[in-house]
Structures are given as structure tokens and as C-alpha cells.
Design a protein around this ligand. Structure first.
Ligand SMILES: NC(=O)c1ccc[n+]([C@@H]2O[C@H](COP(=O)([O-])OP(=O)(O)OC[C@H]3O[C@@H](n4cnc5c(N)ncnc54)[C@H](O)[C@@H]3O)[C@@H](O)[C@H]2O)c1
Length: 596
């Protein structure tokens, strides 16, 4: 006999509960919405009316449908109101004893055939289920924030959840227009197990003043295409909830230090800085519950004018190298109006490079993004040389040669001899310590990292890496140049992986470890991150694109520098690389790719 779930109860109407009420009511299901106090009930009701009013204003919901939706919800204080519902979803705070108490009471109040579900993110559904006399009818239904928007639902089946209950809930999710993945009861399930180590790591970077909140968030949005940065996401999740999730994952998930909540989170929770819901977290919001960020004392002030005052004028730029990055970087500078001196190791290389830059500019013309005259002007601004001496009078040198420290050091030593005083010397290294390169010169204060992303003409992010010797003036110049190029320059310290790779690759590595442990499939893990967190690609799709060898090399660097046990490369990743399965470029990685 399959259950139809004609009416459901939602317990706890905070960040998640109010959204879950909306999901059901939108899909024609009657909802009994329950809170502890009248005031909390009112808050939940206001969240729902606010959300549905916005949908009407945006033309996404007809006014009559909103009224019908609201009429399906009955608002009640106390669990007794749930005696007749077919399914209850609990969304109260992430504390085991609290949830166990509520489930014991739900078990007494609800009819015997009712299914009891928890929206927990990290607690054991099994431990919650044994507080009832019907553990076979207890299941995890884990929605994502915001529930009406995010498509994914993780269905968590314990060892005793009955197969019919799982099947009925899967059918219900389809009816709600959601995509489900059904998994077993492990801390953090799929998405949070992969997400929270990353979020905690991002907070640790803020705590260490490695980079600003704005720069970390911009880096992950622009560098990885994520819908929001990690700190804005912490604010959306709620710092109290995030703290509880991390703490539980630490205790349940093998005491991985990366899940031990960074002390700053606890301090912020104690101080009442809970994120959007309290109006202040990592950012400050217009009012509690509002998504609108307002300036506060950490907001960078009138950056433009201070930058101009400190930055050195830059008109002529040298670019050393002839590979993919050099090609893109030359194009970017020439298009932005800089005079560019390109230096390669020989006339033949210069000729090839000229062709590559011309081809790329022509593509812009064909796509209608660049006029022919602008293309010709850009090309006219570039001089092609095979002699470093031609860099004697440039204002900025961007080095983009092979990723080998000895080569870069020798080059910087030569630049030091050749270039005029006051030049800014930049390296595009993505993995070597910038300070090593800087110390090959007599002027480390003028050396900075300028980490462009590939393809440089398309990607708007540049990581500006300042070493402990980089002067404020050099950093300001680098920032001003990025602005002139129409790029977003984010400033960070000189640590392996800078911001983006340091936060991205451990997450990818964790996904491989999850696959290796047979917790889920590559498809479901990719789905979970795309539909639950809005990522443009799942981890395995991305690994295949980036290349497994490249990913392994980056992960090894991170591990060697930070000695964080959790960063140790996944054995499966090492084996695939050894086997020559490097991703798209070899036709096989985590998946098969037909070669064209
Ligand atoms: N915040 C997220 O992004 C997110 C995402 C998915 C799942 N979750 C999970 O959802 C659950 C709720 O988290 P949240 O972020 O919505 O928390 P929240 O703090 O925003 O809301 C919890 C609500 O529960 C109410 N409540 C407390 N005790 C109650 C009781 N005995 N009866 C009825 N209501 C009670 C509180 O008044 C509050 O309104 C947690 O298990 C959390 O891990 C959270």
C-alpha cells in the first residue's frame, strides 16, 4: 500500500522550516506548521508571506495561487496539532537531545501509520529514530537552503527504515519537483560532508587575516563560478546552525580536524552574530532576515582614491613567456590600452605567439565582441622580442614561463639587473612560493604574485599575492592595474593554493575519498553539489576537466606545505593518475570521454 501524504506537519519554522512549509503548500499539500511560541509562529508566518509576496511581485506566482497556498497552511503552537497528519518533517535546532525529545513526543501524538522525518544536516537519523517506537517509519529528508529554490533532497535511510517508506518518500519528492539522492546515515550525508570542511577552512582564512571576507567570497564566485562565496553562505546557513553541524561532523566523522569549528564561529555565535537571521554575521544586513548587505566598519572605504594615491603609474608592460597564460595575458593588456613588450626565447616562438594572439583577437571580432579597428590597435601596441633587455623601461613585468622554481628565479635575477628602478615585477605562478622568486632579486618589495585564471581574457579574477616583503605600494599598483584591466583583483597571502585552489582542491579530494569509500556514486555526488549547492559542475566533472594529474599535483603541494592530514591525496586519485586516466585530455578520468 503506498502512502499519498495528503497532509504534512512541519515542526520548527526557522531558516529551513518556513521554506519547507512553502514547498509543500505550493504543491497542493495541506500543512500544519508548528512552533514553540506565538512569537516564533508569527516569524515563520511572516517569512512565508514575505517569500510568496516577492514571488507575486516578480510575476512568478499569481495572486490567487498565493492566496490558495496560504490557505493550505494552518499555524499552531505545540505538537498536539499534528495528530492527523500523514508525515511530519522536523526542522528544529541541530541538537540531538532536543530532536530525540521531540521525536518521542511526535511518536505519542501522531497516528501510528504516520512517517516521521528529520531535516537534520549532520546528526544520526538512526539515533533520532530510536527515541520512537517506530524506527522503521523514521527517515531523513534533508532539504537545502533556500528550500523552495534548491532542487536537491537527500533522503537518508537508516538500517531499519522500511523499504516502502523510502519508496513513498522518493515518490513524494518527485511530486514536489525535487531531485532526490537516497543514501545511508553518515555524518553530513553527501553535500554537507563535502561543503563544511571548505566553509570552515574559509572562516579560518578570515580569522588569520589571510584575505578579507570580500576577497575570499569574490575569489570563489569568480574563480569557480559558485553562486555565492563561503562567508556569505555561512551567513545564509546561520552561524549557530553551522557551528552545530561542524561540531557534530567532527565528533561523528572521525574527528577530522578540518571539521573542528574554527574558534571565530563560536565567538560570533556567542556575540549574537548569527548571519542573516540576526542581521549580522560575516556581513551586516539591512535588518534581521534581509538578504541586503549594508556597509559596516569592515567595508573597504573609497578604495579607488586611496589606490590612486599609492599606486605607481603603469603604462608599459612586459610579458615574459609564450604559453597559454602568456598568450592570454598579452591580449588582456593590449586590449586594455597598455603598450606591451612580449619577450620569448626566440624569434620562432615569438612568431607563433603573435599568431596565437592574433587568432584569439580574431575570435573576438567574429563573435562581435571586438571591432576590427580595435583589434588592429591592440596588435599595434605589442612589440615582439626575444631579448630581455627590451624590458629596461617597462613599468610592470608579468612573468608567465614554465612552472619551475629554478627557471623563474634565474629570470627574476636577470630582470633585477635589466629593469629600471620602481618597476613592479609580477609572477603568475599558481603553486610556487612568491617569496622564493622575490628573494632572487635585490628588490623583493617590488615583487608580487599576479595569478591570472585560464583563459585570461575570459576569467575576471586575479589573485594578487603579497609576500611578507611586498610593499603596500606594489600591492596597490597591482590592484590598480587589475582595475584598469576590468578584472577583480583579490589580495591574499603567500601560501600554497592562494585562495581559490586552497579552498577548492581539498573539497575535490574529499569527493574522491567519498567515492572511494563507496558511500555514493560519482553521478549522485555530482548531482548533490550541483542541485544542492548550485555549483556549475560536480566535483568529478570538474576533476576530469582540470586534469587528474594537475589536481593531484596541487593537492600534494597543499598537503606538503600545511601538513594537514585531511589534505592527504586520495589513493584513488593517485591510482588513476598512475594508470594514465587523467580526465578529458586522455579520454578517460572518472568517466569515459569519447575523443573527437
Ligand atoms: N540552515 C541551513 O542552511 C540548513 C540546511 C539544511 C538543513 N538544516 C537543518 O534544519 C534544521 C533546522 O535548522 P535551521 O537553520 O532552520 O534552524 P533555525 O534556528 O533557523 O530554526 C529552528 C526553529 O525551530 C524552532 N523550535 C525550537 N524548538 C522547537 C520545538 N520544540 N518545537 C517547535 N519548534 C521549535 C525555533 O523556534 C526556530 O524557529 C537543523 O537540523 C539543521 O541542521 C539547516
Amino acid at each position: 500500500m503506498t502512502r499519498e501524504f495528503a497532509s504534512v506537519g512541519v515542526v520548527g519554522l526557522g531558516t529551513m522550516g518556513a521554506g519547507i512549509v512553502e514547498v509543500f503548500a505550493r504543491n497542493g499539500i495541506d500543512v500544519v506548521a508548528v512552533e514553540v511560541t506565538e512569537a516564533a509562529l508569527e516569524r515563520g508566518r511572516a517569512t512565508l508571506t514575505g517569500s510568496t509576496d516577492r514571488a507575486v511581485a516578480k510575476g512568478k506566482l499569481a495572486a490567487a495561487d498565493r492566496d490558495a497556498l496560504l490557505a493550505r497552511v494552518s499555524w499552531q503552537v505545540g505538537l498536539a496539532a499534528l495528530h492527523a497528519v500523514d508525515l511530519v518533517i522536523e526542522a528544529i535546532p541541530e541538537q540531538l537531545d532536543l530532536k530525540q525529545r521531540i521525536f518521542a513526543e511526535l511518536d505519542r501524538v501522531c497516528k501510528p501509520e504516520a512517517v516521521l522525518a528529520t531535516n537534520t544536516s549532520s546528526l544520526s537519523v538512526t539515533e533520532i529514530s530510536v527515541a520512537t517506537t517506530r524506527p522503521n517509519q523514521v527517515i531523513g529528508i534533508h532539504f537545502f537552503n533556500p528550500a523552495p529554490v534548491m532542487k536537491l533532497v537527500e533522503i537518508v535511510r537508516t538500517v531499519v527504515t522500511s523499504a516502502e517508506v523510502v519508496a513513498d518518500v522518493e515518490r513524494l519528492c518527485a511530486r514536489l519537483g525535487k531531485v532526490d539522492v537516497t543514501i545511508s546515515d553518515r555524518a553530513g550525508f553527501i553535500a554537507n560532508a563535502l561543503l563544511f570542511g571548505y566553509l570552515n577552512h574559509a572562516v579560518s582564512l578570515v580569522e588569520a587575516r589571510y584575505a578579507s571576507r570580500e576577497d575570499i567570497d569574490a575569489a570563489m564566485k569568480l574563480g569557480c563560478g559558485l553562486p555565492m562565496g563561503p562567508l556569505a553562505l555561512m551567513d545564509l546557513i546561520g552561524l549557530d546552525t553551522a557551528y552545530e553541524i561542524l561540531d557534530t561532523m567532527y565528533r561523528r566523522g572521525g574527528r577530522d580536524r578540518r571539521h573542528a569549528p574554527v574558534p571565530l564561529i563560536k565567538q560570533m555565535v556567542t556575540a549574537g552574530l548569527l548571519g542573516r537571521k540576526s542581521g549580522r554575521g560575516f556581513y551586516t544586513y539591512e535588518r534581521p532576515g534581509s538578504p541586503v548587505v549594508v556597509p559596516d566598519d569592515q567595508t573597504p572605504v573609497s578604495e579607488e582614491s586611496t589606490l590612486e594615491a599609492r599606486a605607481r603609474g603603469t603604462a608599459k608592460v612586459g610579458v615574459v613567456g609564450s604559453g597559454t597564460m602568456a598568450t592570454g595575458i598579452i591580449e588582456v593588456f593590449a586590449k586594455a590600452g597598455y603598450e606591451v613588450v612580449s619577450v620569448t626565447r626566440g624569434a620562432e616562438k615569438s612568431a607563433k605567439l603573435f599568431e596565437a594572439v592574433k587568432t584569439s583577437l580574431n575570435k573576438g571580432v567574429v563573435r562581435g565582441k571586438l571591432g576590427e579597428a580595435d583589434r588592429d590597435a591592440a596588435l599595434g601596441r605589442i612589440t615582439w622580442s626575444a631579448t630581455l633587455e627590451h624590458l629596461a623601461d617597462v613599468d610592470l613585468v608579468v612573468e608567465a614561463v614554465i612552472e619551475e622554481l629554478s627557471v623563474k628565479k634565474a629570470l627574476f635575477a636577470s630582470l633585477d639587473e635589466i629593469c629600471k628602478p620602481g618597476v613592479v615585477l609580477a609572477t603568475t605562478t599558481s603553486s610556487l612560493p612568491v617569496i622564493d622568486v622575490a628573494m632572487a632579486t635585490q628588490r623583493p618589495a617590488d615583487v608580487v604574485g599576479l595569478h591570472f585564471f585560464n583563459p585570461a581574457p575570459v576569467m575576471s579574477l586575479v589573485e594578487i599575492v603579497q609576500t611578507i616583503r611586498t610593499s603596500a605600494e606594489t600591492t596597490a599598483t597591482a590592484k590598480a592595474v587589475c582595475g584598469e584591466l576590468g578584472k577583480t583583483g583579490v589580495v591574499c597571502g603567500d601560501r600554497s593554493g592562494f585562495i581559490v585552489n586552497a579552498l577548492l582542491f581539498p573539497y575535490l579530494n574529499d569527493a574522491v575519498k567519498m567515492l572511494e569509500a563507496s558511500y555514493s556514486t560519482a553521478d549522485d555526488i555530482d548531482h548533490a553539489m550541483k542541485l544542492g549547492c548550485g555549483y556549475p559542475m560536480g566535483p568529478f566533472e570538474l576533476l576530469d576537466v582540470v586534469g587528474l594529474d594537475v589536481s593531484l599535483a596541487i593537492q600534494r603541494e597543499l598537503y606538503l606545505e600545511l601538513r594537514e592530514p585531511g589534505f592527504s591525496p586520495a589513493p584513488l586519485l593517485e591510482h588513476l593518475v598512475t594508470a594514465g586516466y587523467l580526465g578529458r585530455k586522455t579520454g578517460r578520468g572518472f568517466r569515459d570521454h569519447t575523443r573527437r
